[in-house]
Design a binder for this molecule. Structure first.
Ligand SMILES: Cc1cc2nc3c(=O)[nH]c(=O)nc-3n(C[C@H](O)[C@H](O)[C@H](O)COP(=O)(O)OP(=O)(O)OC[C@H]3O[C@@H](n4cnc5c(N)ncnc54)[C@H](O)[C@@H]3O)c2cc1C
Length: 368
């Protein structure tokens, strides 16, 4: 990329920060990040996200393209985390101990269904291991005694989403990237953004990473609501993300530092940003209680809802024309696939990957 490129990035969530970080490396571009809310306390979906990097768990409900993007990204995250920790001086909780999928005895058939589905869709057989009571005990000794069957997904990982966003912001500020908050971008055009305050800013490239905020310019873009609760338990510890298969929902529990557990399950087809409902909090709590009755004593620290940006076909979108690049629709696997998507976006910008650029100029790229 030419050293004097001016780049405006609309949206300071996951993709906006990652792109600003990669583009500002080595001072080869003059990058400005524009965020409609606060950068330190973002309203981004990424701020609510559980941070699971779970390609196999996603494969059960998605196509193999997401799985491939996830595997590509899983190979990139460890280096990016080390680089971010070094440059920000901040620690990022990054857990690469796999994840455990369990079910209550009456729901074991759901484990078998999951297993046959992911194997049929091309999962690496070595990454899916059946575990019995002894195996579960060795992996997660604090799981309830009546859980006797599970699947250990050895490739999966998790990161602390807020720590990643905080570290990215610190590095951007250290590098002198112009980070402007409370600037709402009304329109993204080739080489130009219009702010809602009436101002127009110009650049060589505009990158639109507004997530659900881009819906007026991207037809088919929608928000899919999710809800999470953060609890603290002095008695129950998990080493890795644990998912409980259930006929109505799949509960996930992600361990966080300080005896904390982030729990979530819901996926609601509605662009509704209102607080967590009583029904969801009851379902999340009772499913958590079933993993270990001692979790009944856990303390609820926070509850949050947010919307994942998704295209009509639930596929990620990368769209480029001269002077404007849009990247969106990372849906429920934004952290999982972000590194691969960011690298494809950078290739399209640099024009070095002519195949990507050619496809991008024709319209949507589905997992490039
Ligand atoms: C409950 C929940 C759990 C999740 N769990 C996981 C998980 O475990 N693993 C995983 O991989 N993914 C997960 N995700 C998905 C992941 O968070 C998203 O895919 C990802 O955040 C999308 O990144 P983004 O940058 O496109 O959007 P966002 O992170 O939402 O960022 C968009 C940014 O643009 C800003 N913006 C919007 N409109 C404007 C405007 N007009 N002008 C300027 N700025 C604007 C927003 O304020 C925001 O900061 C989860 C999401 C939710 C909601």
């Amino acid at each position: 990329m030419k050293s004097d490129r001016r780049i405006l990035i609309a949206g300071g969530g996951l993709l906006g920060r990652l792109l600003a970080w990669r583009l500002s490396a080595g001072g080869h571009a003059e990058v400005t990040l524009l965020e409609k809310g606060s950068l330190d306390q973002p309203v981004a979906a990424a701020w609510t996200a559980a941070g699971m990097l779970a390609p196999l768990s996603e494969l059960a409900d998605c196509d193999a393209g997401i799985y491939e993007l996830g595997l590509d990204s899983l190979a990139i995250w460890p280096d990016w985390i080390s680089e971010l920790e070094r440059d920000s001086g901040q620690t990022i909780d990054f857990n690469q101990r796999g994840s455990l999928l369990v079910a209550h005895p009456q729901d074991y058939h759901l484990l078998r269904q999951f297993e046959s589905k992911v194997r049929f869709k091309g999962a690496d057989n070595r990454a899916v291991k059946r575990v019995d009571r002894g195996g579960i005990q060795a992996l997660e000794p604090d799981l309830a005694q009546n859980i006797n069957s599970g699947l250990f997904l050895t490739e999966e990982a998790a990161l602390h989403s807020r720590q990643v966003l905080n570290a990215l912001l610190k590095v951007l500020r250290n590098r002198g990237v112009t980070c402007l908050e409370h600037r709402e971008v009304e329109r993204c055009l080739p080489g130009r953004v219009c702010l809602s305050a009436g101002e127009t800013l110009e650049a060589d490239w505009v990158i639109d990473t507004r997530g659900t905020g881009a819906s007026r310019e991207l037809s088919g873009l929608r928000g899919v609501r999710g809800e999470v609760m953060l609890v603290e338990s002095a008695e129950v510890r998990f080493q890795r993300p644990v998912r409980l298969m259930h006929p109505r929902y799949q509960l996930y529990v992600v361990p966080r530092p300080g005896n904390q557990l982030l729990i979530g399950a819901t996926e609601i087809e509605s662009e509704d940003y209102s607080p967590v409902s009583l029904r969801s909090s009851l379902e999340l709590s009772s499913a958590l209680y079933a993993l270990n009755p001692s979790l009944g004593e856990a303390r609820i620290l926070e509850s949050h809802s947010n919307c994942r940006p998704a295209m009509a076909d639930n596929q990620p979108l990368l769209q480029a024309e001269s002077g404007l690049l849009r990247i969106n629709g990372l849906y429920r696997h934004g952290f999982l696939i972000a590194p691969a998507m960011v690298n494809r976006a950078l290739a399209a910008l640099a024009g070095t990957d002519s195949a990507v650029l050619a496809k991008a100029t024709q319209g949507e790229i589905h997992h490039a």
